[in-house]
Every structure is written in structure tokens, then in C-alpha cells.
Write a protein that binds this ligand. Structure first.
Ligand code: SF4
Ligand code: SF4
Ligand code: FES
Length: 317
């Protein structure tokens, strides 16, 4: 079998290692393609469809993040059909989901495609008890407003919160909780159609679910739907300031595995812990101790209680 395949992307011929996806081929030449559900450390689930491209001979647009490049393939990443599809997908998402905390790259892609989520009308208010809706068992939307996934934030533990008003259903958290990292399977998608949502078994609170509080789902969430409680409380207090934060890479002190930690600090306090995706031991994933077991580092007693200490203490209650 040949070790490379030859493809043409936007008129440029290239040879890529056999098994490469179209997205990997694009990114090897700085051809920036939008993605949302894709993450290098997870198995592609190709659900968001913002990465679709046109492949000559293919009836439908194909997701570049999971479609393997084949010899002789001719790909168009910027055709009218591709641009239109990406624009509408982003608009549908942004009209129904609070995407204000997505990264700058996502906001840039939405600008690139001229997205206008407001064209579907003003957003409808929150739906009561969204977690128990069944497709076909509630009134259809009137069409006067844009239906949303808005619902109250779930705060049921001191480690992380779930704000599914921000959830784009990318499945990253489900993958990280399941076969790609934690193998705990505490969360999955429940419901169908627009009623689909991420849920624990029987919609129990996290503390009654199978969750082991590794925080790996939080680590992969692209929209802020899953957020460390410390960050959530600091944002609510108007004190979260990523411009004043620094990140220190170190090794977890709890055991001999050697997981790398990124300590995010603000005002000389740890405000959250992440892990580098490119580290061979963890691929960005951690256990509860490395992720959340840091309060002993800054347990200062009454020696120095500053405003940030008061908020962080509130987060642990
Ligand atoms: S914290 Fe870990 S175990 Fe709990 S839902 Fe998230 S990934 Fe699953
Ligand atoms: S909670 Fe976050 S990671 Fe999970 S599906 Fe929603 S947006 Fe994706
Ligand atoms: S990034 Fe390819 S389908 Fe989501």
C-alpha cells in the first residue's frame, strides 16, 4: 500500500500520508478550516458539520474532520455551497445557543461567513423543564421567535457547573467521559431533535450520578457550557480576568504517573487547572486530584484573606 495519497485541495496538488483526513491535509498547508466538535485528542464524531467541504463526485458535502483523503480526490473548501452551508450551521447554532464564551477562532469564522443569527427573529425565553421534554409531546414553536436551549445553570457541587444554555451538543464531553478518556460514561445525549441535551442517567444531579469529578468534560468543552466552579463564581462576581492570568506548567504531586498540570493563576491564586493536550501521558485529561485538589496550596488561614479568596471560598461551599 502506498504510504502517501495525492489529492487536490482548492486547485493545489499535494501528497499526504495515507490515512490523513481532509482536515489534516488542509491544516498541513495552513488552509484554515472551521471546526467545533473536532478535537485532536478525541475520536471525531462529526456532528457539528461546520467543517464540511465539497468533494467532486460526492452527492453530499462531507465532514473534513473525519473523512479520510483518498488518492485522486478533488476537494473544494471555499465554494459557494460550502460557504452557505457553514454560514447557516453557525447561524442556527448561534440563534439558539449562547456562544458568547466561544474562542476567538470561532467568532472569526462566523464573521468570515457573514453569519447573522438574529435573522430568525428575537430569541424565545427559557423553556421550563427542558430536561424532560420529548419530541412531539410539546407545542411546536410559533415561528415568531427563535427557539433556544436556554435553561437555568445547574450548580449542584463545588467543582464544576453545567450551563446548557451554552451547549452546542458537540459531544466532546460525552467522548471524554466515555471511550476517549475516562471510561466512566456518566453523561450521554438524551432526547431527540431540538429536545436533545446532555444528561446524566435519569437526569440525576452530578453527585448522585456515576460522575467521578475528573473534570475531563470541562477540559474539552468549547463553549463554556461546562465551567469550573471557581471560574463561574469569579465571573459572577465580575472578577474573572484572563488578561491578568498566567499559566504555569508543572507536574502533579499526587502520584507517580507524571501528569502535567497547567496552573492558571490570578492575583497569586490558582483559579483553575488544565492539562496540555500535547502531553503524551495525559492528552489533556486528568483525575480529580490533579484537577481539583489544589486548595491546600493556597490555604492561608486568616493570614491574608483578599477579595479573590472570599470568592474562591464561596466556590467550595
Ligand atoms: S467530571 Fe469526569 S466523570 Fe464526571 S461527567 Fe465529566 S468526564 Fe464524566
Ligand atoms: S456541554 Fe460542552 S462539550 Fe458537552 S456537548 Fe455541550 S458544548 Fe459540547
Ligand atoms: S468539526 Fe467536523 S463535523 Fe464538527
Amino acid at each position: 500500500m502506498s504510504e502517501t495519497v495525492s489529492i487536490v485541495i482548492d486547485g493545489v496538488s499535494m501528497a499526504v500520508p495515507a490515512g490523513s483526513t481532509i482536515l489534516e491535509a488542509c491544516r498541513s498547508t495552513d488552509n484554515d478550516q472551521p471546526t467545533l466538535c473536532y478535537l485532536e485528542t478525541l475520536t471525531p464524531v462529526n456532528v457539528c458539520r461546520v467543517c464540511v467541504v465539497e468533494v467532486e463526485g460526492s452527492r453530499t458535502l462531507v465532514p473534513s474532520c473525519s473523512r479520510v483523503a483518498e488518492d485522486g480526490m478533488i476537494v473544494h473548501t471555499d465554494s459557494e455551497r460550502v460557504r452557505h452551508s457553514r454560514k447557516v450551521v453557525f447561524e442556527f447554532l448561534a440563534s439558539s445557543v449562547d456562544m458568547s464564551l466561544t474562542d476567538d477562532a470561532t467568532k472569526g469564522w462566523m464573521d468570515r461567513y457573514g453569519c447573522d443569527p438574529t435573522r430568525f427573529g428575537p430569541q424565545a425565553g427559557p423553556v421550563a423543564d427542558r430536561d424532560h421534554r420529548h419530541a412531539g409531546h410539546h407545542h411546536a414553536p410559533t415561528g415568531d421567535t427563535a427557539e433556544t436551549v436556554s435553561q437555568p445553570v445547574k450548580v449542584d457541587n463545588e467543582l464544576y457547573v453545567r450551563d446548557y444554555s451554552r451547549c452546542v451538543l458537540c459531544y466532546r464531553c460525552v467522548e471524554a467521559c466515555g471511550i476517549d478518556a475516562q471510561n466512566t460514561f456518566a453523561i450521554a445525549v438524551a432526547g431527540r431533535g431540538f429536545d436533545a441535551r446532555i444528561s446524566t442517567e435519569f437526569d440525576t444531579g452530578l453527585t448522585d450520578s456515576a460522575c467521578v469529578f475528573c473534570g475531563n468534560c470541562v477540559g474539552v468543552c468549547p463553549t463554556g457550557a461546562l465551567m469550573f466552579r471557581s471560574e463561574y463564581e469569579l465571573r459572577n462576581a465580575g472578577m474573572w480576568d484572563s488578561d491578568r492570568q498566567s499559566v504555569t506548567r508543572t507536574v502533579c504531586s499526587y502520584c507517580g504517573v507524571g501528569c502535567n498540570l497547567e496552573l492558571h493563576t490570578q492575583d497569586n491564586r490558582i483559579v483553575k487547572v488544565t492539562s496540555p493536550a500535547d502531553h503524551s501521558v495525559t492528552s489533556g485529561h486528568l483525575c480529580i486530584k490533579g484537577r481539583f485538589g489544589y486548595s491546600y496550596v493556597q490555604e492561608l488561614g486568616d493570614l491574608a484573606v483578599t477579595p479573590i479568596d472570599e470568592v474562591l471560598a464561596r466556590a467550595r461551599r
